[in-house]
Design a protein around this ligand. Structure first.
Ligand code: CA
Length: 736
């Protein structure tokens, strides 16, 4: 709860300036602590249940408990959206990604940043009211699979709630930014992290966590919002079978696992993003993540569905007990999480009114499930997929031959582990009846590893550290279908999906695989920011662009709309970051994190768009031989590629390692082993990597810089690297 002195001074000065400008002398001036306290204190259970009766605020992550991200505010329409313009923008002085959906109560906006910073802004003026840096513990850098990020806050009875990357859950006074309490939601010294937004249900704060790839056993926990006291915990997968089950249904779940060893690796099943709540049925829905290891044979030899991996699970929110589940990917072997956005809606299907829950999980199928009992209604693939040949009548996927890659060959599977759809939220529009999905097109090679403990290999442990040579010199089974995404390529598509007929109404191809979440309105508008930095407001009926703004950096946040003193506003956070943002960029230059707010006839000034800037390639050369470079690439594949991408391709949301300065290379050992740059996000790797390995790593980076400098063809470069890595692997085998 430390704030810097300079920041307090800043608050004091801006506060004085602010008040001196006010002519009104009412008791609760807008933006004052008393005003914020008053308006947020009213956010109770009834307010959250009736969020649709209060279209002016944005009270929770998905706007309402149904999480439909649909607004009935109608001032901004197809007819007048041409005069939509910037009201104000504010640069936040931070790098890394801004994935959060802001919360708005009576024109006071709250949002979170990549290192769990929290801001309160007056949406009327764009003035910052308070700022909190809760001091994320950077020793956790090493445990984060997917970058520094936070997807949002919850508000309840005067307080805000946030899960932190280091596993803490905070209660924050909405009026002042002071921390009321914090609880550690994960075991001490464990590898879990939190990126998702908490949800408030019946006075409890519900929070999950992530980290399946690094050896976690998934669970969600409910804490009393007032006291922070733990109320219940639901484990998504069974634990050590020699110990008693934490809850009775885990005994049933354990029957779908085999080998009595899965619990040593945690099993996976982290619930790191989606939740929804139906107050009438009094059911809380959670989306459960993938298995760890990815390859089922390493965690559950001989098979098994491995409940409740990759499932939608309905819980009783009063005690966290199991009610029903629907498993989207039985016996997951592809990182096909079902943590993606869950949307509740009522709709007529085949002449019957149904209460449904909808999801487009990573596995590429759009599901419509009866949310009263978990009964399968329908599913169809919303992107190209080749891991099944279809769905049986009970909604169980019919697996394609070879999909489980057990034959020792590499199989190019679609969707990739990134998923046909990842966390960026969808929007369900009650007028058009369509669900808008930010989808991704990519295939990925899956291949068995030599052992479960082979950390640098596909299908093994931490698969983000994929060994590129596996992709290149393994005999590959390719997909001959012309619709199949070509290996090593990636792109996106905004899909408007009809959930009743289970088919695409319209779609628009996008350059990037990783685009922002969606918002739609009753006036037929559909809004999204994309990887190319464009914030587009489209016609929800056909996708035509009606208004567009260039916001400088790739966008992964989700827009919101709300009223301020009776006038409709739209806000979006812009900051490039997250797993795919570490590997790619689609703008000439990534700018600092910025918040943008729009209204009709706004007259705000856009922040300056800076010219492209790229540090030069390093000119250091060390004359290393193929085995050393190949070994360096092995080191790079295990420790560096998942954050930095290939050297020489340019800075993304992380630095390009072939463009480091000489002094960085001179201090490599301290930076990598001791973590001297940990405040910037670089993990300390003491005990994980040796100085000899760092020497080889540098050789590989220098080789890559030379290849780029000389204009080497990318395929020739990858082939040469794979050959050198193969040589290094063969030499290591001979030594063994
Ligand atoms: Ca995963």
């Amino acid at each position: 709860m430390k704030k810097s002195l300079s920041f307090l001074l800043f608050l004091l000065i801006t506060g004085v300036l602010y008040y001196s400008c006010q002519s009104s002398t009412t008791e609760n001036e807008t933006g004052s602590a008393d005003h914020i306290k008053q308006v947020t204190a009213g956010i109770d259970n009834a307010a959250l249940i009736n969020a649709d009766a209060n279209q002016g605020d944005w009270l929770s992550h998905g706007r309402n408990y149904q999480e439909d991200r649909y607004s009935k505010l109608d001032q901004i329409s197809k007819e007048n959206v041409g005069s939509l313009d910037l009201a104000w923008a504010k640069e936040l002085g931070i790098s890394k990604g801004l994935q959060a959906t802001p919360i708005v109560v009576d024109g006071i906006m709250f949002f979170s940043g990549p290192f769990n910073q929290v801001w309160a802004f007056d949406a009327r003026t764009g003035k910052q009211i308070w700022y909190l840096d809760p001091q994320f513990n950077h020793d956790k850098n090493i445990d984060l699979c997917c970058g520094f990020t936070n997807r949002g806050l919850a508000v309840y009875k005067g307080n805000l709630y946030m899960g932190m990357l280091d596993g803490r859950l905070l209660s924050i006074d909405a009026a002042t930014g002071d921390i009321n309490w914090d609880v550690l939601t994960i075991p001490e010294n464990s590898t879990y992290s939190i990126t998702g937004a908490p949800r408030i249900v019946k006075g409890n704060v519900i929070i999950g966590n992530g980290g399946a790839e690094i050896g976690a056993r998934g669970y969600v926990t409910a804490y009393d919002a007032e006291s922070g006291k733990q109320q219940w915990r639901f484990y998504t997968v069974p634990g050590d079978p020699n110990k008693p089950y934490e809850h009775p249904d885990l005994e049933e779940a354990a029957k779908t696992w085999s080998g009595n060893e899965y619990w040593k690796q945690g099993g996976g099943g982290t619930a790191w993003d989606a939740m929804a709540y139906d107050p009438d049925l009094d059911l809380l829905y959670i989306g459960v993540g993938n298995g760890a290891h990815w390859d089922r044979e390493w965690r559950s030899p001989g098979g098994g569905d491995n409940l409740y991996l990759s499932s939608i699970v309905a819980l009783n929110p009063n005690d966290g007990s199991y009610v029903w589940h629907y498993q989207t990917t039985p016996g997951d072997s592809w990182d096909y999480t079902a943590t993606q956005h869950l949307v509740l809606a009522d709709m007529e299907i085949a002449g019957k009114e149904r209460k449904v829950i909808m999801q487009a999980p990573k596995n590429g199928y759009f599901y419509v499930i009866d949310r009263t009992n978990g009964e399968y209604i329908s599913a169809n693939n919303f992107v190209y997929q080749n891991w099944t040949t279809g769905m049986d009548e009970n909604g169980r996927p019919i697996e394609a031959e070879g999909a489980r890659y057990l034959d020792g060959k590499s199989h190019w599977i679609a969707p990739s582990s990134h998923g046909g759809h990842n966390w960026p939220p969808m929007s369900y529009n009650h007028e058009t009846g369509l669900v808008y999905i930010p989808t991704a097109k990519q295939s990925e090679p899956f291949v068995r590893t030599k052992s479960a403990n082979d950390p640098g290999a596909l299908g093994g442990g931490f698969n983000a550290n994929v060994s590129l040579n596996n992709k290149l010199y393994w005999p590959a089974e390719m997909d001959a279908n012309p619709e199949a995404p070509i290996p090593m390529t990636q792109s996106g598509r905004l899909v408007a999906w009809n959930p009743v007929t289970q088919e695409e109404a319209w779609g628009i191809d996008q350059v990037g695989i990783y685009n922002g979440g969606l918002l739609s309105t009753s006036t037929g508008l559909l809004m999204q920011g994309d990887a190319q930095g464009m914030f587009s407001i489209r016609d929800a009926s056909n996708g035509d662009v009606l208004r567009q703004f260039d916001l400088r950096s790739g966008i992964v946040g989700s827009p919101i709309t709300y009223l301020v003193d009776g006038e409709q506003y739209i806000t979006i956070l812009v900051g490039w970051g997250g797993y795919m943002a570490k590997l790619h960029k689609h703008v000439p230059r990534i700018h600092q994190g910025t918040i943008y707010t729009f209204k009709l006839n706004g007259d705000g000034a856009f922040p300056e768009k800076l010219p492209p800037h790229e540090q030069p390639l390093t000119t250091i050369r060390d004359g290393a031989g193929p085995e050393q470079i190949g070994n360096g690439f092995n080191v790079f594949s295990r420790f560096c590629i998942s954050c930095h991408g290939l050297p020489g391709t340019g800075h993304t949301s992380t630095p390009d390692l072939a463009r480091s300065t000489n002094s960085i290379f001179e201090n490599y050992n301290e930076i990598i082993i001791k973590g001297t740059l940990k405040e910037l996000g670089m993990p300390a790797m003491e005990g994980l990597i040796t100085e000899d390995e760092i020497t080889d790593l540098k050789s590989y980076i220098f080789y890559s810089a030379k290849a780029v400098e000389e204009g080497m063809d990318p395929t020739a470069y990858l082939t040469s690297v794979a050959e050198m890595q193969y040589a290094a692997d063969q030499a290591a085998l001979i030594k063994d």
